[in-house]
Design a protein around this ligand. Structure first.
Ligand SMILES: [Zn+2]
Length: 391
């Protein structure tokens, strides 16, 4: 399902032994953990755990640490992941800027930065500039390239999973771009390409909602993208692009959408709708960042525009709730900066119009990952794939 250039697979520096790999995964998820707890929570015997942990320590995948009180006796020894054993790089390409984040193996962010997208230049020039930034980042943190498990690239785009390419990113104006192949010219670590909202739903699942199996992430930016997790698994459909709810037609007499239809959800509920409506009223050409600085409560017309945005967002969410009956919907993307203005109207529409039985089971929240759901999700995808490939 996830595609990467697999040059390093087969001679990977990551764990080769199946049992060690599975013990490592448990330590990663539940550590710091004692050897005794490991034996209690797995089917391995205490002796097997001792042997594999010994090898994992010798190979520097995990380290010993002390934690808690000793009750007078010896302090228990805990095992945790060695954060310096490997690193993940996440790149979330957005319409206005890209987020570039470096994670260690324990998913701590070592550095994150925003890189502006230059719309005067073509896609390749922008990708090249980001390539330089990645090299700078690795140099600054003195990380050797063979310690990088992979680079995850998120895009607000339809993607071709067979060709491993970005097929169409209307709001960026990019199409037919083989991003993994492009970066393979410069880096020998694996490169993964994923739709940004699909990566975000994985980020939410891994870091915020580990127990939720049916989750939808709605990413509202210049357009609207969605990631669907069904029964704990990312759902991509036959085309690899399931979840394009941004193109649900909610008003057949509505504004023209770049997909060719009229009145798609994203023409009426995205940041571009909010920006265009405000600018039309004010007779200005404010950026979306400037628009988020406005006081929408101070002006009746501005108040009605933000109310309409919230109601329109709500209408799309009603369609998602009625069709998928998720346990949880998370709203993310740039729109989170207007959460305080939007939530009441969104909830009102969702409560009024959803089928009662589906609404009862669906929690609705803005993201708690503060705009980083996609970068966390990409890092998790890289990590999971690296461990899965070798175990
Ligand atoms: Zn459309």
């Amino acid at each position: 399902m996830i595609f990467m250039n697999k040059q390093r697979v087969g001679n990977s520096t990551f764990i080769h032994n199946l049992n060690q790999g599975s013990i490592f995964k448990i330590i990663h998820r539940h550590g710091p953990i004692t050897r005794k707890e490991l034996a209690e929570n797995t089917s391995y015997s205490a002796a097997t755990i001792t042997n594999h942990v010994k090898k994992l320590i010798a190979d520097e995948y995990v380290i010993e640490t002390e934690k808690g009180s000793s009750n007078g006796g010896r302090k228990p020894v805990y095992i945790k992941v060695n954060p310096k054993k490997g690193y993940m790089i996440s790149l979330n390409i957005g319409v206005n800027h890209s987020q570039l984040y470096l994670f260690d193996l324990a998913f701590e962010i070592l550095e994150g930065k925003n890189i502006a997208i230059d719309h005067q230049k073509d896609a390749e020039s922008n990708l090249l500039k980001i390539k330089d930034e990645i090299e700078n980042l690795l140099e600054k943190h003195q990380i050797k390239r063979d310690k990088i498990l992979g680079l995850g690239v998120g895009v607000p785009a339809l993607i071709n999973r067979e060709d491993k390419s970005l097929e169409f990113a209307p709001n960026l104006g990019w199409n037919n771009l083989e991003i993994p192949k492009f970066y393979a010219r410069y880096f020998d670590f694996p490169v993964l390409l994923e739709n940004e909202a699909k990566a975000a739903v994985i980020g939410e699942k891994e870091f915020v909602y580990p127990d939720i199996e049916n989750l939808v992430f709605v990413s509202i930016n210049e357009g609207i993208g969605c990631g669907i997790l069904l029964d704990g698994k990312l759902y991509t459909g036959a085309s690899g692009n399931a979840g394009e709810f941004g193109h649900l037609i909610i008003d057949s007499d509505g504004p023209k959408c770049h997909c060719g239809n009229d009145g798609c959800w994203e023409t009426l509920a995205s940041e571009s709708f909010l920006r265009d409506e405000v600018n039309r009223y004010l007779g200005k050409d404010l950026s979306i960042d400037q628009i988020y600085q406005l006081d929408f409560e101070k002006d009746e017309k501005l108040k009605s525009i933000i109310k309409r945005s919230g109601c329109n967002i709500g209408i799309g969410l009603v369609n998602i709730i009625n069709s998928l009956s998720p346990e949880h919907i998370v709203i993310g993307g740039g729109i989170i900066r207007a959460e305080g203005y939007l939530m009441e109207n969104i909830n009102q529409i969702v409560d009024q119009k959803s089928l009662k039985i589906s609404r009862e089971f669906a929690d609705l929240k803005f993201t708690e990952l503060e705009g980083l759901a996609t970068v966390y999700g990409l890092a998790a995808q890289i990590f999971n794939l690296s461990v899965e490939i070798v175990t």
